[in-house]
Design a protein around this ligand. Structure first.
Ligand code: ATP
Ligand code: ZN
Ligand code: MG
Length: 508
């Protein structure tokens, strides 16, 4: 049964705070401060607020060393924003006149009420209490002065809204845009087990394989085809992108918030001294086991993630820089994979892996150039798959993963599609209704990463980015599922590049 989705109609805030003054008030100063606050705060608070939604002062008292205030507000100019404005105004007005400042703010209570129907109670950071009320859901937050100044309450409110929409977004959009002709089935087996039996690959660890000569040979043939026939004709040039991604970069790309459970992390040793590890190395010698649970105590906290999307460092290349859109678009590709994914429980043969190779194609420039580039990439992929490789393929418009990866669930209303997937039909799995495997995709990200990575343009013009990924193992898998292992039956272009090989040395 489908759960009814909550709709937030309004957000109300109520904040009580003490503004601590820099010195004790004397004589009639208490009155003067109170007079100033009462007469000027309302107009200061209402700047930028919608009519009838201005933050309202609920309580205001001035005593010797502090001004205590309780403010209620709607969602536009929020109560805590009003408290910050009060502090600034007090310092600016009373500083010159009385030599008075505000030393700090203590937040005494912070209440957020989400008004709406069918709201779900969700976990929120810094929430010390939550109550379902008639109008919706009410949270009491435990936040302090520095949280107010680093937008923490606003992000908590956004998080609540996001969590209400979450399961609506889980429903993926999938709209077929183009499909090749139906091709007669000439091979009907699953290539997975055969790859292993024929000595093309050997398992190293779950989801991680040795690619032996024939497999590596076929993988490189397909890889070169993508470089030569998809990327280079559009002017893409090779770079080598870093493969250890600092947490800060993973955060900017949204991965830490969106897919923390799907990534692999790297730790540095606790010290550079071998002697630091003495207890551990002794144990390894005596027990003759790796003992990861002990090793863990000798490591620092994680510093890096391994590349998940492979394009993470591309956006960071421009972080904090100013671009000039009069220059041609940036078009690069990186073929120095692996990418790594912690595919919980879902590992499958040479199709869903922990470590997989890909060419990550990345682009940045004017919106129309980025959209055009993405469309041309899709055309080129489909052309080699359909014509050169004689595979049965289709393309589909889908929910953009790059948004899901960042935990972003709201749709952006744009007239350019975000993501197209390219899928190949796997005959051995069954009918054409459902048995398709995603082997590549290409996206535009609009200005999302430009925003998240703080990339500027000299005249403030809108800059877009895009990227296109392809699992080379998936290309091999889909190719073999279509054409089988008999090289004689392969398309000419592949046959021409194929090198015979000696089987590995193992006696099987
Ligand atoms: P899927 O839905 O099949 O898991 P995805 O949407 O997670 O794919 P992307 O994040 O868009 O895939 O990654 C780009 C490409 O990388 C995919 O088109 C696919 O070819 C490949 N890929 C993704 N995950 C894996 C994996 N675990 N093993 C091998 N290839 C993968
Ligand atoms: Zn990417
Ligand atoms: Mg996936």
């Amino acid at each position: 049964m489908e759960e009814k989705q909550g709709v937030v109609k309004d957000v109300r805030l109520r904040v009580s705070a003490d503004l601590h003054l820099s010195r004790e008030l004397r004589g009639d100063e208490v009155e003067k401060v109170a007079e100033y606050a009462v007469s000027s705060f309302p107009s200061i608070f209402s700047r930028g607020a919608l009519k009838d939604e201005e933050p309202r002062i609920n309580e205001l008292t001035v005593s010797g060393e502090k001004l205590s205030i309780t403010v209620e507000s709607g969602r536009r100019v929020r109560a805590h924003e009003a408290v910050k404005r009060a502090r600034k105004a007090l310092s600016e007005e009373l500083g010159p006149k009385m030599g008075l400042g505000v030393r700090g703010i203590s937040v005494k209570s912070f209440e957020v009420t989400f008004i709406g129907d069918c709201l779900r109670e969700v976990k929120l950071p810094f929430a010390k209490k939550v109550e379902k009320i008639k109008e919706g859901m009410k949270y009491w937050l435990d936040v302090n002065e520095s949280d107010l100044y680093s937008q923490v309450p606003d992000r908590i409110i956004s998080l609540f809204l996001e969590k209400q929409e979450e399961h609506a977004a889980a429903r993926e959009v999938h709209k077929i845009v183009w499909r090749s002709s139906e091709k007669p089935v000439k091979y009907a087996a699953d290539p997975g087990p055969l790859l292993d039996e024929e000595g093309w690959v050997k398992r190293f660890y779950p989801g991680i394989w040795y690619y032996l000569q024939p497999y590596a040979n076929l993988l490189r043939i397909l890889e070169n085809m993508i470089v030569e026939k998809v990327a280079k004709p559009l002017g893409f040039q090779e770079v080598v992108l870093p493969k250890l991604i600092p947490l800060e970069v993973a955060k900017k790309k949204g991965h830490l918030a969106g897919i923390p459970s799907e990534m692999l992390y790297v730790c540095e040793p606790g010290s550079r001294e071998v002697s630091y590890f003495e207890d551990y190395t002794d144990l390894v010698k005596v027990l003759n086991e790796p003992r990861p649970e002990v090793l863990k105590q000798f490591l620092k906290e994680p510093v890096f993630t391994l590349p998940y999307a492979q394009c993470e460092p591309f956006y960071e290349l421009f972080a904090g820089e100013t671009l000039n859109l009069d220059n041609p678009p940036v078009k690069l590709y990186d073929r120095s994979g692996f990418s790594f994914r912690h595919e919980a429980g879902g590992l499958r043969s040479l199709e869903r892996l922990t470590a997989f190779t890909r060419i990550e194609i990345v682009y940045l420039g004017r919106p129309e150039d980025v959209a055009e580039t993405r469309d041309r990439l899709i055309e080129n992929y489909l052309s080699i798959l359909d014509k050169t490789l004689d595979m049965e393929v289709r393309s589909a418009e889908v929910t953009p993963v790059w948004m899901a990866h960042a935990g972003v669930v709201k749709d952006v209303s744009r007239n350019v599609s975000a993501t197209f997937d390219i899928e190949a039909y796997l005959p051995f799995r069954g009918d054409r209704e459902s048995e398709w495997l995603e082997i590549a995709n290409a996206s535009v990200h609009y200005d999302k990463y430009v925003d998240w990575f703080n990339i500027k343009e000299r005249k403030g013009r809108e800059v877009w980015t895009g990227c296109s990924g392809n699992g080379l193992e998936r290309w091999v898998y889909a190719f073999l599922a279509r054409h089988g292992f008999n090289v004689e039956n392969w398309p000419v272009e592949v046959k021409r590049l194929w090198a015979s090989y000696k089987p590995p040395i193992m006696d099987t």
